[in-house]
Design a protein around this ligand. Structure first.
Ligand code: ZN
Length: 53
């Protein structure tokens, strides 16, 4: 099952394949490079991964 979310940073659609991804997995926006952690699958929710520098 695939779902589309909008990148919270650049608002481009990002496709998430829930057959291979689940809660706790990190996806990266191909457009702006923002990393998103999947926090919930149903409903699908993500949060931006804050990088510590
Ligand atoms: Zn983005």
């Amino acid at each position: 099952m695939k779902k589309i979310i909008k990148c919270p940073d650049c608002h481009h659609p990002i496709e998430i394949d829930l057959n291979t991804l689940g809660v706790g997995d990190i996806i990266e926006c191909q457009y702006c490079g923002t990393e998103l952690e999947i926090t919930s699958v149903d409903p699908l929710k993500t949060k931006i991964v804050e990088e510590e520098k």
